[in-house]
Design a protein around this ligand. Structure first.
Ligand SMILES: *Cc1c(COP(=O)(O)O)cnc(C)c1O
Length: 384
């Protein structure tokens, strides 16, 4: 029996997948490093927690079922997941990546993967002809959509036609939409990445990362990598992710509702010059987003008329914290130029439109009128 999404958020593929014998409704935290073997050559399926842990496995099974993948692997952070994913490649390989990625991914690619002999073309996958960048040694295309922080929308299906034609892997970092709004395997992706720190965990209290695979071949390679390199998610943090995911549909709906209300407010503020949100019908990504996702999400960015005003807002909100991260119950304001994207070379940052007048907002699940009142007083208290 295939359960609907909201049910899978709570039970994964079904209640039979839990194996606790006490009847505990909440999945137990198996805080153990190792496991007893009945005799030589026999195992209960668990040998050592770097390899397998029941609580981690439960979190992995739920995420795999939400994305429709054959397997998911849980890592200590999103960056640990992306770092492990890069172990699928070898010196001499070439990857095409979008240029407007999470700053940490760009830092990993430019400062660690490059040193390991992997080369990159960072291009705007929402506007450029991706196929013309495919080389003989190209192995994969890595994208996020909507992008961070400029909310460009990339047509996943269109890119997947190119990757399939050339035998490349299509890797999609699906953090911003979560599987509630977007399931990239249905659009032709081969590997999905999540920073579980964001919407999956959902409470700004846990770091986690996931790689979801849609083939046994990729899953086996990744299982070997996680076993060998050892960055799997701890039992307690796995439990927090399991708990967070139970309310994913409710949180995503409420956060999106708040984001839409905030966008409506910002569009009418004189000091706000531009609002970036794929749910605005006039925005470049609206049609594609509508086609490939079930919603527009709760992430947005906006440009104000001066750097001074941007700094003023960050200093003067009374409710909304100025903090890095996204996807949690708390609405957060981020300043990409000095926070998430500080390590992106300035010329790339400016080319992508990430000026010092851009603020990013992750809508949480508070009351929307309180959020709007806070933004309003922070913007209007600025003396021009
Ligand atoms: C936060 C984030 C990451 C990194 O995840 P961590 O859990 O912070 O390591 C990767 N991709 C995106 C899109 C993110 O927002």
């Amino acid at each position: 029996m295939d359960y609907a999404f909201a049910t899978r958020c709570i039970y994964g593929k079904g209640r039979g997948c839990t194996f606790d014998r006490t009847g505990a409704i909440s999945f137990p935290i198996y805080q153990t490093a190792t496991y007893e073997h009945p005799e030589v050559g026999k195992s209960m399926g668990f040998d050592y927690s770097r390899l397998q842990n029941p609580t981690r496995q439960q979190a992995e099974n739920i995420v795999a079922s939400l994305e429709g993948g054959v397997d998911a692997l849980a890592f200590s952070t999103g960056m640990a997941a992306i770092t492990a994913m890069m172990e699928l490649f070898k010196p001499g390989d070439h990857l095409i990546t979008d240029s407007d990625l999470y700053g940490g991914s760009i830092r990993l690619f430019n400062h660690i993967s490059k040193k390991n002999g992997i080369t990159f073309s960072h291009i705007d996958c929402s506007t450029e002809d991706v196929e013309s960048f495919v080389q003989e040694n190209t192995k994969a295309v890595f994208i996020e959509t909507p992008t961070n922080p400029m909310m460009n929308v990339i047509d996943i299906r269109k890119i997947s036609e190119i990757t399939k034609r050339h035998g490349l892997l299509l890797i999609v970092d699906n953090t911003f939409m979560s599987p509630y709004f977007q399931t990239p395997f249905e659009l032709g992706a081969d590997i999905i990445i999540h920073s579980g720190t964001k919407f999956l965990g959902g409470h700004n209290d846990t770091l986690a990362g996931f790689i979801v695979a849609n083939s046994h071949e990729i899953s086996e390679k990744l299982r070997f990598i996680i076993k060998t390199t050892g960055s799997g998610l701890s039992p307690f943090d796995s439990w927090l992710i399991i708990r967070g995911i139970k309310t994913l549909p409710l949180r995503m709906e409420k956060a999106q509702e708040n984001a839409k209300a905030i966008v409506g407010f910002l569009l009418n503020e004189i000091a706000v010059k531009k609002v970036y949100y794929p749910g605005i019908p006039e925005s470049r990504g609206y049609e594609i987003c509508k086609k490939q996702a079930r919603g527009f999400g709760s992430m947005l960015a906006f440009e104000v008329e001066s750097k001074e005003l941007a700094l003023h807002i960050l200093k003067n909100t009374e409710l909304i914290p100025f903090a890095e991260s996204l996807g949690g119950t708390e609405t957060l304001l981020t300043y990409p130029a000095t926070q998430t994207h500080a390590d992106v070379p300035e010329e790339v940052r400016l080319r992508n439109g990430i000026t010092d007048k851009i603020l990013r907002l992750s809508a949480g699940i508070e009351d929307k009128d309180d959020l709007i009142a806070d933004l309003k007083q922070a913007i209007r208290s600025f003396r021009r």
